[in-house]
Design a binder for this molecule. Structure first.
Ligand code: MSP
Length: 504
């Protein structure tokens, strides 16, 4: 089945940090999972290049905004392969295809009588690019700021409004619809209570600066950056051509976003879409935020984590594994160097890497690099096989629900079972006492290693690919069909190389 997954598009006002890397890797994991046995995945990322915040950053750098965003966008695009992520398209909101799509969406909303001209007066935060009610603000040193401490300014200008207030009921129906589109549950509840508390019409244009997409038929206005930005998900599949194969195949999309931008995606976006006669998103998943050694990550605190730096220090798959094993996806997490090494050493080096190393080396040395299937199983063997099958069933459910930490935890416990089984069966003793039994034991352990490597592939693609290559399985042979039964063919083994050196 076709599957369309998106990252948020990143503001080109600064360089990428660990928060951006986190969302992108999460989407890559899900995209790779959906891609196994099925090539119809569209994975989109990109940059959000308009608005007052980006304009201000360009001004501060004394560079023309277009030149400024050209330069900054490249940093985000270049980061993606360095994270081991394979996207299918990268969209920039300054591209013509996007500008056309955003203006077409606007015109459709006008045609459907969803937009009117009036005046906006109220609080605006340039840092968040968001309008705030006074009740959402607090006073610090005599000045209003948002709950997260973003400064706000009072703005008063002519503005187009979107009739958001008319969409309350339809939105509530949408949240209840067949696939319960907002996750996790706690965030879904927040969205529902926000919508139930009543929706005001939304200001969707600005007149006091120029760095934005011009509103069709009124050159004094540029679009509010969020309507512009959200539209990227449609631009990439060729909106307004909703009859194209691409559009029909991929819409609606699965959006992965940080908790800070859930309201835009779960309230405004489905309302815009329904108001333009389009289907609302398939799913919107909000993940949590990382702190650094217990502290909020911020430029002013000087504790921003550079993804290149930590990947250089610990290794790419080590960081991918850590980010998604350490913290349930959807919850906040703390980044600490100590926990990286503890986690990577325990799971990847000791449990997974060592098992491969000792079993593969043993087979190469003692069995002529080859193990042939056998059905001569003991009760203990059958018990272990049942554990394998349960892990596989749970794995598919967990991946579908983005319960990444849980699937990793369960794969590691399967590998722990395998390690304990090797210790108790002692194939090195069976070598002389019962060579036939030794082969059965090795065969079962190899099955666990291969299946775990397939299940780990979306998380640690480079290492899993390497591990599978020891068993002569290439990347394009990776298939979930192999998770179903015992692998009923000969397993030929190449001399393994260490996958995860211990971190000191
Ligand atoms: N441009 C908007 C998104 C528009 S989507 C139509 C935006 N950009 S952003 O660059 O500020 O943030 C992008 C993503 O990075 C958000 O999902 C945000 O939650 C995430 N993160 C930023 N800092 C983060 C952490 N410290 N931890 C985890 N994710 C964080 O918002």
């Amino acid at each position: 089945m076709s599957f369309y997954i998106t990252t948020p598009i990143y503001y080109t006002n600064d360089i990428p940090h660990i928060g951006h890397a986190y969302t992108t890797i999460a989407c890559d994991i899900r995209a790779r999972y959906n891609n196994i046995d099925n090539g119809e995945v569209l994975f989109l990322s990109g940059t959000d290049e308009h608005g007052q915040k980006v304009e201000k950053a360009a001004k501060d750098a004394n560079i023309d905004p277009k030149l400024f965003v050209d330069k900054l966008s490249i940093n985000f695009e270049k980061l993606i392969p360095s994270l081991g992520c394979e996207i299918n398209d990268f969209i920039r909101t300054t591209e013509t295809r996007h500008i056309k799509a955003a203006q077409a969406l606007w015109s459709k909303l006008v045609e459907n009588n969803q937009i009117y001209l009036s005046n906006y007066e109220g609080w605006y935060s340039v840092r968040d690019e968001a309008f705030y009610q006074e009740s959402e603000l607090q006073k610090v040193d005599g000045k209003f700021v948002t709950k997260d401490g973003s400064p706000v300014e009072w703005i008063k200008e002519e503005s187009y409004f979107f009739k958001l207030s008319e969409w309350q009921e339809k939105l509530l129906e949408y949240y209840e619809s067949y696939n319960r589109p907002i996750s996790p549950e706690s965030r879904r509840n927040e969205v529902i209570s926000f919508v139930k508390s009543g929706l005001k019409d939304l200001s969707i244009s600005r007149t006091t600066f120029k760095w934005g997409i011009p509103v069709p038929n009124n050159k004094d206005h540029v679009m509010y950056v969020w309507i512009d930005a959200l539209c990227n998900y449609l631009s990439a599949i060729g909106y307004p051509d909703t009859n194209s194969n691409k559009f029909k195949k991929y819409w609606p999309a699965f959006h992965v976003v940080g908790k800070d931008i859930l309201r835009f995606h779960a309230v405004y976006w489905p309302a815009f879409l329904m108001a333009a006669d389009l289907e609302p998103p398939l799913k919107i998943f909000a993940h949590g935020w990382w702190t650094n050694e217990g502290q909020k990550i911020s430029k002013s605190l000087g504790n921003v984590i550079d993804p290149y730096e930590i990947i250089n220090e610990y290794g790419l798959d080590q960081i991918r594994y850590f980010l998604f094993r350490e913290v349930p996806f959807g919850k906040d997490g703390n980044f600490s160097r100590n926990s990286i090494s503890t986690r990577v050493n325990a799971d990847l080096s000791n449990t997974y890497g060592n098992l491969i190393q000792r079993i593969a080396t043993f087979v190469v040395k003692n069995c002529d690099s080859k193990i042939t299937p056998s059905n001569n199983l003991t009760d203990k063997d059958r018990e272990l096989q049942e554990i394998i099958q349960n892990t596989v069933v749970n794995y598919h459910r967990e991946m579908g629900e983005m319960l990444f930490d849980l699937s990793l935890k369960n794969i590691m416990s399967l590998l722990n079972e395998a390690n304990a089984y090797v210790d108790s069966q002692a194939p090195w003793k069976l070598k002389t006492t019962d060579p036939e039994r030794m082969k059965v034991v090795l065969y079962i352990v190899l099955n666990i290693i291969i299946k775990s490597s397939i299940m780990l592939y979306p998380f640690i693609p480079q290492s899993a690919e390497k591990a599978l290559s020891f068993f002569n399985i290439s990347k394009d042979q990776i298939s979930f069909k192999d998770l179903e039964l015992l692998i009923l063919s000969d397993i030929t083994i190449n001399n393994p190389k260490p996958l995860f050196p211990r971190i000191d």
